[in-house]
Design a protein around this ligand. Structure first.
Ligand code: MN3
Length: 206
């Protein structure tokens, strides 16, 4: 991803589609706030926090990894904003208006790890819905090559812990509240059926 090489000051990466492309599952109004306000603010705040610090010369990935281990009080804020900047760019690419059923290598990998697609969807949905409060639901590749589903809280991200994410669903309320209110299960079901970018997941398989 280009983010691996980007250096400060960071700019808000372009969305890979127009703002109404994911409607009706995710409306243009949700995208305009989520991308144009939330994501943009994480990027802007990150630039302010790292200006004049040792973090300034690092890539976004490196900032996430280093700040996760940094015991300095200021590092937590840097971690939160850097990880949220990274997670959101990964999230936009995890979706496409042309979602549907997985095929090829990624389909084989899902079947090998979960048995069948229905079991993958059920497990992913349970994890996404079961994440208490704000966070993220991830499909990751384990070190043994098996695919796993995990949730992280708030800004936390697998890349801070050496993980290899393939896909992510944002389960903060700001991701779905305007369109689904409190119905996170319905949002996740529609997300899985209509919006997943399986080509992106397959690229991330490596
Ligand atoms: Mn979000």
């Amino acid at each position: 991803m280009p983010l691996d090489k980007a250096k400060a000051p960071f700019t808000l990466p372009k969305l890979p589609y127009v703002e109404d492309a994911l409607a009706p599952v995710i409306s243009a109004k949700t995208i305009s706030f989520h991308y144009g306000k939330h994501h943009a603010t994480y990027v802007k705040t990150l630039n302010e926090l790292i200006a004049g610090t040792a973090y300034e010369g690092l890539s976004l990935n490196q900032i996430v990894v280093h700040a996760a281990k940094d015991k300095n009080a200021a590092a937590k804020k840097i971690f939160n904003n850097a990880a949220q900047a990274w997670n959101h760019d990964f999230y936009w690419h995890s979706m496409t208006p042309k979602g549907g059923a997985p095929a090829g290598k990624i389909k084989d990998a899902l079947e090998k790890s979960f048995g069948d697609l229905a079991t993958f969807k059920k497990t992913f949905s349970q994890t996404a819905v079961g994440q208490f409060g704000s966070g993220w639901a991830w499909l990751v590749k384990d070190t043994d090559g098996a695919l796993k589903i995990e949730a992280t809280s708030n800004a936390d991200t697998p890349i801070a812990h050496g993980g290899t994410p393939l896909l992510v669903a944002d389960v903060w309320e700001h991701a779905y509240y305007l369109d689904y209110q409190n119905r996170r299960p319905d949002h996740i079901a529609a997300w899985l059926d209509k919006l997943v970018n399986w080509s992106f997941a397959e690229e991330n398989l490596g």
